[in-house]
Design a protein around this ligand. Structure first.
Ligand code: F6R
Length: 610
């Protein structure tokens, strides 16, 4: 959601800003702009639409040895338009601001500023910041920003420049990510790592309330009271090639194919002999003995991973698990029910999802110890949680998650194994067999990927559908929630997930001749039940595509129109393999429809506003 890049140094600032913004495209945006100082004036160029439009407007322009800030905007206040695009300026146009987040009290501030004769040109909340900083400007941009941010309610990551101080950018952050890239004779700001990787891997992670002054050879950071803050350097362990397609047509398909590697790394970095080492999250036998229940809180696909976690933890470790979407959990009235004897887990690929951060803080304020599962080291969630388990998915660029989701699921399977072992619900032999199954997953996922053509063919026949259903029982139902989301967000085909037994309680009314019903049937004990559900929809004309392990195919062949086959593995682990064909199905369907696969409409990779 929105991207910020800023640069101070000797290079031509425009390619740095445009290149950085292009690396942040995955966050989602609908307009883009830059501000830079040249010819003694603040130059602002911005426009609605893709970055290519901005690139075209700037072609032929060179601006060396100066400073600049750039922005991709995902509209919140005011439609996507040239005038609502960032950067925003004061009335004189000599001060420029880019902003991520939402200024919640902007209407009040706007009224106050208008009362002082200030004229606004846009509908955005951000313009308030430009006028406010200018209002307090008395020759020192840092002081003006510090005074202005004290008036702001809501969330912000800010980059600010003033023509009178043409060699420095001032940055500030509250509840919206901002990092400072530390180069040699040049420094940068960005809302996310990919924008910096071409120049440096060393960064300062700005904390809430901090303000930074960035020049080409120094970065000074101040706390909310104006005192100098000592920061530790953080080194990003991703490299720039991860932000490139490397010959693939889309990041989405590249990342789907990276899953065997991501799963291998996520598992094997924790294997010590035949034991899964989760010392990073301090799950000790003593802690486990006292646990009454587990809460898992997350959004979107991470929430779906949480539901998978519920099935596996309850089955393996026999501990009740409550899973909640973060935006609901945080506003549970009068407050969420939590006991200090509960284990609290948040899951977030980006580590920056606003609702998940709020849920984490809410849980901590109630005395709970929070464990995070996240992909991004140095993210807010990774830093604020009491303990963090990092997935090893690598940088995920496609807006729709694939490897991020599957590695979260794997982490929960690992947690389940350790909980089961410590509680004695898994004996030594069962634990060993469980771990062996986890180790088989990367190779089996490769095998599933090899079968992609049949999924592609199916997509080629169904991409004009308007409505599809995804059904399953138990962990299969949890997996189908994700399968259905992949289809709808990538291809814009409406799809619904139902626990297979629920269909006849209402949704079966929507089944017509040729309605596609995807049925996942990896749980052998529930196979007969699922076959009955398949018969019910077949009797109403549905076209049923079932999926199961090789050894169960015969049980489904008679009733389903098509059976997609997974390699044999213990039922408990089979839903993990099933994730891939549904990701591929969503992907190929979107490609056949001509959708913007890596950046589906209206979506943002990192949802940093609530
Ligand atoms: C769907 C998807 C989203 C995210 C959700 C949470 O493909 O990617 O539903 O899962 O926005 O994001 P994180 O995991 O970054 O908190």
């Amino acid at each position: 959601m929105c991207g910020i890049v800023g640069y101070v140094g000797k290079r031509d600032v425009l390619p740095v800003l445009l290149g950085g913004l292009s690396k942040l495209e995955y966050r989602g945006y609908d307009s883009a702009g830059v501000a830079y100082i040249a010819d003694g004036a603040m130059q602002i160029v911005k426009c609605k639409g893709r970055l290519a439009n901005l690139q075209e407007k700037l072609s032929g322009t060179v601006a060396e040895n100066t400073i600049g800030i750039g922005h991709t905007r995902w509209a919140t206040h005011g439609e996507p338009s040239d005038v609502n695009s960032h950067p925003h300026t004061n009335m004189a146009g000599d001060l420029a601001v880019v902003h991520n987040g939402i200024i919640e009290n902007f209407a009040k501030l706007k009224q106050w500023l208008q009362g002082k004769g200030i004229h606004f040109v846009s509908e955005t909340d951000t313009e308030v910041v430009a006028h406010l900083v200018n209002y307090y400007y008395e020759g020192d941009l840092k002081s003006a920003v510090m005074r202005a941010v004290k008036m702001l309610e809501g969330s912000y990551a800010l980059g600010v420049m003033n023509i009178n101080e043409p060699h420095r950018i001032v940055a500030a952050r509250k509840d919206s990510p901002l990092v400072i890239g530390l180069g040699q004779g040049e420094n940068l700001i960005a809302s996310d790592f990919p924008a910096l990787l071409e120049y440096t891997k060393d960064v300062y992670l700005l904390d809430d309330g901090e303000v930074a002054v960035i020049t080409e050879d120094a970065v000074e950071i101040y706390d909310a009271y104006g005192n100098r803050a000592e920061k530790e350097k953080f080194t990003i362990d991703w490299d720039v090639t991860q932000a490139e397609k490397g010959g693939w047509e889309h990041f989405m398909i590249k990342e789907i194919h990276e899953q065997p590697r991501a799963m291998y790394d996520t598992l094997m970095t924790r294997m010590r002999g035949n034991r899964i080492d989760l010392s990073e999250i301090n799950i000790t036998e003593e802690l486990i003995k006292g646990i009454r229940g587990i809460h898992i809180v997350a959004c979107g696909s991470a929430y779906h991973a949480g539901i998978m976690g519920k099935y596996v933890i309850e089955q393996v470790a026999r501990i009740p698990v409550n899973v909640d979407v973060a935006s609901e959990f945080r506003y549970r009235m009068p407050s969420p029910l939590l006991s200090k004897d509960d284990l609290f887990i948040v899951i977030s690929q980006s580590g920056e999802t606003a609702d998940t951060i709020a849920a984490l803080r809410e849980a901590q304020s109630k005395g709970a110890k929070v464990i995070a599962i996240t992909n991004v080291k140095g993210s807010t969630i990774s830093r604020e949680a009491d303990a963090t388990m990092h997935t090893q998915a690598g940088m995920e660029i496609a807006v729709a998650t694939s490897k991020g989701y599957l590695t979260q699921v794997l982490c929960l399977y690992m947690v389940a194994a350790e909980l089961g072992r410590m509680r004695g619900t898994l004996d030594e032999a069962q634990y060993t067999a469980y771990v062996e199954n986890l180790k088989k997953l990367p190779a089996l996922l490769e095998q599933v990927l090899e079968g992609k053509e049949i999924v592609q063919q199916l997509a080629s026949k169904r991409f004009m559908d308007v409505n599809e259903f995804f059904i399953g029982r138990g962990a299969d139902h949890a997996l189908m929630m994700e399968g259905s989301l992949k289809l709808k967000e990538l291809s814009y085909i409406h799809s619904e997930t139902y626990a297979a037994g629920e269909l006849k309680h209402g949704p079966i009314a929507l089944i017509e001749k040729n309605t596609l019903v995807m049925a996942l049937a990896t749980q052998t004990a529930l196979l007969e039940k699922l076959v009955s559900n398949i018969k019910e929809v077949k009797a109403r004309g549905a076209f049923v595509v079932a999926m199961t392990q090789q050894s169960n195919v015969a049980a489904l062949e008679k009733d389903a129109d098509l059976v997609l086959t997974l390699p044999d593995i213990d039922d408990l682990f089979a839903p993990i393999l099933a994730a891939v064909p549904y990701q591929l199905y969503g992907y190929y369907t979107a490609v056949f429809k001509g959708c913007d696969v890596d950046k589906p409409r209206n979506l943002a990779k990192s949802v940093t506003v609530e």
